[in-house]
Design a protein around this ligand. Structure first.
Ligand SMILES: [Zn+2]
Length: 262
């Protein structure tokens, strides 16, 4: 599933391929997009840039039009050369943006909208999205405060709440909690603010390492390792479905005893 870091990569790749190029063809199975395209055609516009925002991807066109897509669990963007065979079936196609050199295809994207630039600027804040963990101007204090507001929520679940922090997915939820030695099951209200800040810093550091094209991400400490020994203490790593959406949480019961141990 796409996490903030893979959205960041997708945005970078799309930006490199498309920015500065003219749209030669637009096609979508979403009627609300084709309706906007009918009134304000994308064809002939220049792709100005492609930017990530949390789990959302924004494609900015000349003349004040922005394509906003949300990947959720199954959505993805692919890039093909014109005429190249797609790696997904045609019926998974939702949007095609073609230039003379590339065809960008969105598959299984559940949510898409064409907005003007002002709406796009507000899209994040209107939806109440928290600070984007991978954004250059990341506001650590605001992120900590937003997390603190979820006092009754177990911390692993709170980290997935995009209204607190945008961009953390299931993998980095478990990895960040292990890195900061905080139990996934403590309520946020039982974790001192300094420890919360440490969890956020860990998530940011791990996700930045993963998103970086030069740094190789280290091996995962807990995610996907249930039944294997903890790399720190040798205790068997465990997995449990957690929260209303039963998302897998991986943790070391010895290293991550509560919200206070360091
Ligand atoms: Zn351990």
């Amino acid at each position: 599933m796409p996490e903030g870091d893979s959205i960041l990569r997708a945005a970078r790749t799309l930006d490199r391929a498309l920015a500065g190029r003219t749209v030669t063809r637009f096609h979508s199975v979403f009627p609300h997009l084709t309706r906007v395209d009918h009134d304000h055609p994308l064809r002939g516009r220049t792709v100005e840039r492609v930017t990530p925002r949390g789990k959302h991807l924004l494609m900015w066109f000349s003349g004040d039009l922005v394509l906003h897509t949300h990947m959720r669990m199954k959505g993805s963007w692919h890039l093909y050369r014109p005429g190249e065979r797609w790696m997904r079936p045609r019926h998974d196609m939702r949007i095609v943006i073609a230039t003379d050199a590339w065809e960008a295809v969105a598959f299984n994207v559940p949510t898409a909208a064409l907005l003007d630039a002002r709406e796009a600027d507000q899209a994040g804040t209107l939806a109440g999205l928290g600070p984007d963990v991978l954004a250059p101007g990341f506001d650590q204090d605001e992120a900590t405060e937003r997390l603190e507001a979820l006092a009754d929520v177990e911390i692993a679940d709170a980290l997935l709440d995009q209204h607190a922090l945008a961009g953390i997915g299931n993998i980095y939820k478990s990895e960040a909690l292990f890195a900061s030695r905080v139990s996934p099951f403590v309520r946020v209200g039982d974790v001192p603010p300094a420890r919360l800040a440490a969890v956020i810093r860990a998530a940011r550091r791990l996700m930045q390492a993963h998103a970086s094209e030069t740094a190789r991400p280290g091996p995962r400490a807990v995610y996907g390792r249930s039944g294997q020994p903890c790399r720190v203490c040798g205790t068997v790593i465990r997995r449990r479905a957690q929260g209303p959406h039963a998302r897998s949480t991986y943790w070391c019961p010895r290293c991550q005893r509560d919200g206070r141990s360091a």
